[in-house]
Design a protein. Structure first.
Ligand code: UT7
Length: 349
């Protein structure tokens, strides 16, 4: 048996045998990206960088960027993605019992994006709350919504992951700004009598000893010891890329292994690895570690960059609309991000 992570606990769990009397199905998916593109050639004009460096080190070729002049932001992208997921599911928004939005770039802190999104799609008085778990927002949301449905508290829940990362970029910082773009991904989850469907194993973790490797300071008091606070850095993402890279390569692989162990499965049993798109090299390391064929680990970072909480739902939607995710298959969602946080959600579709 694989050694468990020191923090492994009930946060790493397979569903207890016989417990769920209700299954959960993914009824429909949606996503939204802005039309405006930010290409590597654009960065070559703005910064001391090159298409070659960016492609080799990250796999990214272009990203999408909200246009504030058109009123685009994380609220509008989330609304569009959830509306598309509801249409795809052929479910009326009035049937939603809950709307959960994972985001660290909400339009405002109060009201939450989820409240405005619920109102915009026509979800009546459905419960609505945001999750602040950085790039893990969507995967945390899948696990929370699954638990709410399995417990009988809710029947239909809209889960959205969305970030407006270009609003928190310092476009003079070539180490960070070339990585991020804007996107939203959504899924509508619904109760089903088929109890085999839904989350079969999951993990949700956080460890703030590494918080200073990835943070978004709002005041000069927010900077960690050793950093010089400046006005220019306020509301601009600060990242120690190398530290996050090392954390991610190890955590991604270990998280996949522990989730498979919890479910008593082997890597080859899973049909789809739907992973946070942070760097093509991080994804490739996991693919190699588990000997996965390319078609099992979806990669679209070349088109969108790292879209934080948006990325996993966006991947799911692209796979879903291509008809590649089918009933009965196993799909493992995996993410890591600021906090530091990391999470998995293994689904019987
Ligand atoms: O969602 C989670 C959030 N974050 C992540 O997942 C990020 C994880 N980290 C990474 O993806 C990588 O660390 C980066 C892509 C951010 C950086 O790649 P790296 O291979 O770790 O580069 P590095 O930071 O070690 O820098 C190597 C060199 C440095 O030059 P010197 O000091 O060796 O002369 C950098 O100044 O590359 C330079 N460099 C660049 N050069 C051209 C850094 N950024 C750029 C750039 N263009 N955009």
């Amino acid at each position: 048996m694989t050694a468990r992570h020191p923090h492994a606990s009930r946060a790493d769990a397979a569903m207890p045998p016989g417990a769920p009397a209700i299954g959960v199905r993914i009824a429909g998916c949606g996503s939204a990206v802005p039309d405006t593109r930010l290409t590597n050639a654009d960065f070559e004009r703005m910064l001391d960088t090159s298409d070659e460096w960016i492609v080799q080190r990250t796999g990214i070729r272009e990203r999408r960027r909200c246009d504030p002049a058109k009123g685009e932001n994380s609220r509008t992208l989330s609304t569009l993605a959830l509306r598309r997921a509801l249409e795809n599911a052929r479910i009326d928004a009035g049937e939603l019992d809950g709307v959960i939005v994972g985001t660290v770039t909400p339009e405002m802190l109060c009201p939450s994006n989820s409240c405005r999104v619920a109102a915009a799609v026509g979800a009546g008085t459905a419960a609505a709350f945001d999750i602040s778990a950085a790039c893990c927002g969507f995967v945390y949301g899948l696990n929370i919504a699954n638990a709410l449905i399995r417990s009988g508290s809710m029947r239909t829940v809209g889960v959205v992951g969305c970030d407006h990362m270009t609003s928190v970029m310092d476009y003079t910082d070539r180490r960070v700004s070339i990585l991020f773009g804007d996107a939203a991904g959504a899924a509508v989850l619904r109760a089903t009598d088929d109890t085999s469907r839904g989350v079969v194993a999951h993990a949700m973790h956080a460890d703030a000893t590494g918080w200073a490797d990835l943070y978004l300071p709002r005041s000069k008091a927010d900077f960690p010891p050793g950093e010089t606070p400046t006005d220019e850095k306020l509301n601009r993402l600060q990242m120690n890329g190398q530290a996050v890279f090392k954390f991610a390569v190890k955590t991604f692989g270990d998280l996949i292994q522990r989730t498979l162990d919890s479910a008593g499965l082997k890597a080859e049993d899973v049909d789809h690895y739907i992973c946070h798109q942070s760097n093509a090299r991080i994804l490739e390391a996991s693919r190699e570690r588990f000997g996965l064929p390319e078609e099992k680990l979806y990669v679209n970072i070349q088109n969108y960059g790292n879209t934080s909480a948006g990325s996993v739902g966006l991947c799911l939607d692209e796979l879903w609309r291509a008809g590649r995710v089918r009933e009965g298959q196993l799909a493992l969602f995996v993410a890591f991000g600021g906090g530091l946080t990391w999470s998995s959600s293994l689904w019987r579709i």
